[in-house]
Design a protein around this ligand. Structure first.
Ligand SMILES: Nc1ncnc2c1ncn2[C@@H]1O[C@H](COP(=O)(O)OP(=O)(O)OP(=O)(O)O)[C@@H](O)[C@H]1O
Ligand SMILES: [Mg+2]
Length: 246
């Protein structure tokens, strides 16, 4: 398997100079689905923002297919590395308008057949493209948000808590959808607070704590036999909270 993204000793500090991420090194291989877990404030979202180059590290390097990030046009890089957030932000206009945003940046268009294919890929009927995107339900917006990112034909999909604001039914739909997208060959990095989801969906899992990846490995091993005490305690308390809430 080819290395898709290589992360070498990255450090990111806040304005006061305190590290948010300290000396992170990791590799993302083509086609992997990695779930990322860890306490709130441990740096997961900041990490994704560096992967997608919404921000640059203070030191360290990132490589996409072996090329240093700074040698790649930012827009091209962001096109290859798509991101979807917890709250899908629909721009004014129809679903079709929203799907056009990415390709339009590259002076490209989408054919009706491509639009229908993207919508079908996220389980939405072709008729929805005429609807006002802001009038959709939360689950539908998140599907459009995924389709909008996929319209750029990214190699990697970064997901930051994409089901956190959805009801259980929509959550399950989106989980199935992500599984399908992964099976089509996409590399996925999925940050989630929902540990049942991280355990069920991941092939590999990275555990963040205090701005570091404290543990990484096969998902099944991270959950059945965590090596670090912090991981063990985090998993135990998170599952305890999930069982109280469900
Ligand atoms: N734009 C910012 N400016 C200053 N500090 C920030 C900024 N974004 C994040 N931080 C700080 O960086 C640290 C890591 O935040 P981050 O959002 O990456 O954590 P997280 O693991 O995604 O947390 P959560 O699980 O709550 O989403 C936190 O201490 C946060 O306060
Ligand atoms: Mg976050």
């Amino acid at each position: 398997m080819e290395t898709l993204i290589s992360i070498e000793h990255i450090v990111k500090k806040n304005k006061q100079g305190t590290p948010i991420l300290s000396d992170i090194s990791a590799k993302i291989m083509d086609g992997e689905l990695i779930t990322i877990i860890g306490p709130s404030g441990s740096g997961k979202s900041t990490f994704l923002s560096l992967i997608n180059r919404m921000a640059d590290p203070d030191s360290g390097s990132l490589y996409f297919r072996g090329t240093p990030y700074h040698e790649i046009d930012v827009l091209q890089l962001r096109r290859k590395i798509g991101i979807v957030f917890q709250l899908p932000t629909m721009l004014p206009g129809t679903v079709r308008d929203n799907l056009f945003i990415g390709p339009a940046l590259f002076r490209e268009s989408l054919s009706e057949a491509e639009i229908d294919e993207l919508l079908d890929g996220v389980g939405l009927p072709p008729s929805i493209k005429e609807q006002n995107a802001r009038s959709l339900s939360g689950g539908q917006k998140q599907r459009v948000s995924l389709a909008r990112t996929l319209a750029n034909r990214p190699d990697v999909l970064l997901l930051d808590e994409v089901t956190a604001s959805l009801d259980p039914h929509s959550t399950e739909d989106i989980e199935n959808l992500i599984e399908k997208i992964h099976q089509s060959g996409k590399t996925i990095l999925w940050v989630t607070h929902n540990l049942s989801q991280a355990k069920k969906a991941g092939q590999f899992t990275w555990v963040f704590a205090n701005g570091k990846i404290i543990e990484q490995g096969r998902t099944i091993e991270i959950f059945s036999a965590p090596k670090q005490t912090i991981t063990k305690e985090f998993i135990e308390t998170s599952f305890a909270k999930e069982s109280i809430l469900s």
